[in-house]
Design a protein around this ligand. Structure first.
Ligand code: GDP
Length: 597
């Protein structure tokens, strides 16, 4: 498909090629009107070994084309198709729609209680039966007839899953903070998530029924983060509530409506529907069941839907009360049957009137996805920067900084921001002291960021999640190294370099002080193997507190050269005696990593 669309403009020196990424060597040769052997030999002279049918990524295409005197412009078929089909509604067709709200906050601060209360409460104009099903989203009608749609998965996950696929679904974020506690790490993360997405926040200061509740302390802590609530002369609305008894929840809902009014949310209900997928699963009896949120237009039974590479006709539609529906307008969540698979959360969907076209689009996407899945990294990495620069749509490098002390985090953040150039802005999405958590990885997924760990490590769940989500975590112990590496990547000059690669993790289980010898730790090798000359980092609660070498390595009484995973051993660290039970000793090797194109 690339070659069909590609056109060559003019024959003069500054010829421009319009093409898609991943065209093959022979296709590229055709476009430039040169022999494919010339392209292959040019590649070889650039140190890239290719065959005639090999597909090339953007960076290589740009490099090779420029050698032949061509400029390239990359077009993204999917995007292009979307833009073509994007319907711009006339202002007079727009009608007000309900706000879509996500509830976020620290664990146990009352998110679920608030959602539950709203779901069954008397603040909602009583529809008989109440909400019986969890479908991932629900709509409530207040006594004044106004409606609000809630995404019914409390926490960052729902929000992030949506954002990760580029869906802007949430209009307003309600941040729940418990008045008997304080602004906690996840509260801050929730705020970072909302700010990164540019979604307005309303604060719900919860549990005011409890003894010891002190809402003012929360307002004060928020103000220390530069978030001034209205009572304190700021722009953020906040409401003291009790999610348990329902006290003031009606006032909170009013504030949501007020915020919605300011946002002036509108959509055109009189056209083919589009929107986002909230969740989807395979149900034994019914086939694929998807909850989708209509954002524009009206969805009807029988409509042909495409969501990513999934398609199908809507066979049945129900709301959160299990009631059958025949149509659903803007801001309405519905559960539908009839798709040929389970689309991902956050995937956009659209209705097509032509079945053949819909299937073609879905299949074409499946093909592109396969190719991209094999060939490209889903998320940004330092090596990926060069490729995206070549594609020409890389404007901002997002980073998340976690460090062992505030001073280093601030210093790193300041220096990195100063690296911003006219082409790429470096933006620090989140920075904090402490271990790298799952939430950091989720935020990185959603905002396509690299995580920089300065003398800190991820928790094991975070490491696993990062691996699954292809999030790059880079570790540094010298600020200059971090800055230097990122600067080089931004200049497209990533040199082969020495990288530390973790080779084992060892848990300290007992500590013995031996006079004349120093501290010896009784340890267990959790994974990998440790050798006598392995260099080590000592990690305590996710923070690297010492880097050095072993002084001794023993099995029982004998000195040994190496100890394997699943075995106990005794060891001492050179010039370091302050070992504690529960410490993790991370062994690493220094290897030369070549930059791959
Ligand atoms: P989540 O983790 O944020 O979803 O928090 P939950 O909604 O599960 O609430 C955590 C605990 O706090 C539960 O035991 C709730 O009963 C309790 N809780 C929630 N809201 C209130 C409240 O307004 N007042 C009191 N006293 N307890 C509350």
């Amino acid at each position: 498909m690339a070659e069909k669309r590609a056109i060559k403009e003019g024959e003069d020196v500054d010829s421009k090629l319009q093409l898609t990424e991943f065209i093959s060597v022979s296709e590229l040769a055709n476009l430039m009107d040169v022999n494919f052997t010339d392209v292959i030999s040019k590649c070889m002279s650039l140190g890239i070994m290719v065959s005639i049918n090999q597909r090339l990524d953007a960076e290589v295409i740009e490099l090779v084309a420029s050698e032949f005197g061509f400029e390239v412009e990359f077009i993204n078929l999917e995007q292009e198709a979307e833009q073509e089909a994007e319907i711009i509604d006339a202002p007079e067709d727009m009608e007000p729609r309900a706000p879509i709200v996500t509830i976020m906050g620290h664990v146990d601060h009352g998110k679920t209680s608030l959602l539950d209360y709203i779901r069954r409460a008397n603040v909602v104009a009583g529809e008989a039966g109440g909400i019986t099903q969890h479908i991932g989203a629900y709509e409530v009608t207040l006594e004044n007839g106004k409606e609000i749609t809630f995404l019914d998965t409390p926490g960052h996950e729902a929000f992030t899953a949506m954002r990760a696929r580029g869906a802007k679904v949430t209009d307003i974020a309600v941040i729940v903070v418990s008045a008997d506690d304080s602004v906690m790490p996840q509260t801050k993360e929730a705020i970072s998530h909302a700010q990164a997405a540019g979604v307005p926040m309303i604060f719900a200061i919860n549990k005011i029924d409890k003894d010891g509740a002190n809402p003012d302390r929360i307002r004060e802590q928020l103000s220390a983060m530069n978030i001034l609530v209205e009572e304190w002369g700021g722009k953020y609305q906040s409401q003291d509530i009790s999610a348990k008894s329902g006290l003031n929840v009606d006032l909170l809902l009013e504030k949501i409506l007020l915020e919605a009014e300011i946002l002036d949310l509108k959509a055109n209900p009189n056209r083919f529907a589009n929107g986002s997928v909230v969740e989807a699963s395979l149900d034994k009896g019914r086939g694929f069941v998807s909850t989708i949120l209509v954002q524009s237009g009206t969805l009807k039974i029988g409509d042909m839907i495409v969501a990513g590479s999934i398609f199908g006709r809507v066979k049945a539609m129900t709301d959160e009360r299990g009631k059958k529906k025949t149509k659903a307008g803007p801001s309405t969540p519905v559960q539908i049957l009839g798709l040929n698979g389970a689309p991902q959360s956050g995937e956009k969907f659209k209705v097509y009137d032509d079945e053949v076209e819909a299937k073609e689009i879905a299949n074409h996407r499946a093909q592109i996805l396969r190719e991209q899945g094999m060939r490209t990294k889903k998320h940004i990495t330092l090596d990926e920067i060069g490729r995206r620069l070549a594609l020409g749509n890389f404007k901002q490098l997002n980073v998340i900084i976690k460090g062992d002390v505030d001073g280093s985090v601030e210093a790193l953040s300041d220096s990195l921001q100063r690296l911003s150039t006219a082409e790429i802005a470096v933006s620090v999405v989140h920075k904090a002291v402490g271990q790298i958590t799952e939430s950091d990885v989720l935020l990185a997924t959603a905002s396509d960021a690299i995580i920089l760990g300065f003398q800190v490590r991820p928790s094991s769940q975070a490491a696993k999640l990062a691996e699954n989500e292809n999030i790059e975590i880079r570790y540094y112990s010298i600020i200059y190294d971090a800055i230097d590496e990122i600067r080089s990547a931004m200049e497209g000059l990533l040199e082969p370099k020495i990288e530390k690669k973790a080779v084992c993790n060892i848990e300290v289980r007992e500590v013995f002080k031996i006079t004349g010898v120093g501290t010896i730790a009784g340890c267990y090798v959790m994974d990998g193997k440790i050798k006598r000359d392995t260099k080590i980092n000592l990690v305590r609660e996710g923070i690297v507190i010492y880097t050095g070498e072993l002084a001794s390595l023993k099995r029982y009484k004998d000195d040994v050269k190496e100890v394997l995973s699943g075995t106990e051993c005794g060891l001492g660290i050179k010039n370091y005696n302050d070992l504690k039970e529960g410490d993790i000793i991370e062994g690493y090797e220094e290897i030369e990593v070549k930059r791959t194109l």
